[in-house]
Design a protein around this ligand. Structure first.
Ligand SMILES: *Cc1c(COP(=O)(O)O)cnc(C)c1O
Length: 394
């Protein structure tokens, strides 16, 4: 049977792989040869499950949103990752990776961050596990995301300002990779999404697949069947989406909808719609769609949502799009803002701006009344209140 999961060489169709500098070959090989064994060990499973339950607060509820359902003429369930500790799905992945790092005897953790959400989730688990934590963050983002920087510092992390390039996520990632090259023996690099060289995309997808595992159980309880008609999620690098769809990815009864950030509109150039505008290239060790100019230089993406403006996309999603397994929609800034207000007013839930892009996708689909839809609310909107207030026009 055809599978959309990773193959034994680290590829999803023609996407993925591990395009890395020679000096990292040993580290990446070591991780590749260890991660599955750790993930499948009883010790890991027990500790991961316990932390997800008692520390993160899982399982996250699957909530039947009645008023939203009525509005769109179908049955919409919200997967509430916004209720997790630290406010988003990112913590699922950082808890898992720090357990793997500890198993491998690593003493020092590094991470990249854009908006700071992954930085905070990493600093959080480093405090929990008493590990040294260095977070690379673009200087522009440090200025824009002051509170998250203070949180990371309070948690005991060192935040290193990156001043190369546009001083944002792409540059922070380059700097983290450079650090890893200098300290390959004692350092573990916790990547925040389904990006980077194999095995990262697969490892992150497996760690986030707890989202989809719970969806299956919860749907069976509520609907008497363990699959929905639609799964909808936003995609930056693609980790909350990968976790949401993981257990239904090869089940063609389930339609997959991925919402990427249109920014000011895909025709304006101010956009982060990587799947629709990107061309095949290499970014941060993976072959995938990349927003680039005619010379192959990576272009700076734009979105009102700091968590979605990555110029690449996880190879798992590039393949789903290329094979037409997933429908990809781009949601512009204003559509996301409207969708966030709509959810807030209909259900009393203020979503993260990233998640608001998934909600914006509801308007682009024609549902049947009997359709069961599961939409992942990847995070809560506390961090975005100022943006909402500044941009709401009504
Ligand atoms: C980081 C983030 C995203 C985007 O990352 P993915 O890896 O695509 O999931 C989406 N939502 C929230 C709340 C985030 O913090």
């Amino acid at each position: 049977m055809k599978s959309y999961l990773v193959d034994e060489n680290g590829y999803y169709g023609e996407f993925g792989g591990a395009y890395i500098p020679e000096i990292l070959y040993k580290c990446v090989e070591e991780l590749k040869n260890t991660y599955l064994e750790v993930l499948q060990s009883e010790n890991f499973k027990q500790e991961f499950e316990l932390l997800l339950r008692d520390y993160v607060g899982r399982p996250s509820p699957l909530y039947l949103a009645n008023r939203l359902s009525k509005k769109y003429g179908c049955k919409i369930y919200l997967k509430r990752e916004d209720l997790n500790h630290t406010g988003a799905h990112k913590i699922n992945n950082t808890v898992g990776q720090i357990l793997i790092a500890r198993h491998m005897g690593k003493k020092r953790i590094i991470a990249e961050t854009g908006a700071g959400q992954h930085g905070v989730a990493t600093a959080t688990v480093c405090a929990l596990m008493d590990m040294e934590c260095v977070v690379y963050m673009g200087k522009t983002d440090i200025e824009r995301q002051h509170i998250n920087v203070e949180k990371m510092k309070m948690l005991g992390a060192t935040v290193v300002p990156v001043t190369s390039g546009n001083m944002t996520l792409k540059d922070a990632t380059n700097e983290a990779i450079r650090d890893w090259c200098c300290h390959p023996a004692d350092t573990f690099y916790i990547i925040g999404s389904t990006v980077g060289p194999h095995p990262y995309p697969d490892m992150v997808a497996r760690l986030q697949s707890i989202i989809g595992e719970e969806i299956k159980k919860q749907l069976l309880e509520k609907e008497g069947r363990d699959y929905p008609d639609y799964l909808i999620a936003c995609v930056g690098g693609g980790s909350n989406a990968a976790g949401t769809i993981y257990h239904h990815i090869d089940d063609e009864r389930v339609k997959i909808v991925l919402a990427e950030a249109g920014g000011k509109g895909i025709e304006t150039g101010m956009t982060a719609a990587t799947i629709q505008l990107g061309k095949i290239g290499i970014i941060h060790g993976a072959c995938t769609f990349v927003i680039q100019n005619e010379d192959g230089q990576i272009e700076e993406p734009y979105s009102i949502s700091a968590g979605l403006d990555y110029p690449g996309i996880g190879p798992i999603h590039a393949n789903l799009a290329a094979q037409h397994r997933a429908t990809v929609v781009s949601i512009n800034d204003d559509e996301a803002i409207d969708a966030a207000y709509e959810l807030t007013r209909l259900e009393g839930i203020i979503p993260a701006l990233e998640s608001a892009h998934a909600l914006g996708a509801l308007k682009k689909i024609r549902f049947n009344p009997e359709d069961v839809v599961v939409l992942t609310v990847s995070g809560r909107g506390d961090k975005d209140i100022e943006t909402y207030l500044d941009n709401y026009k009504k």
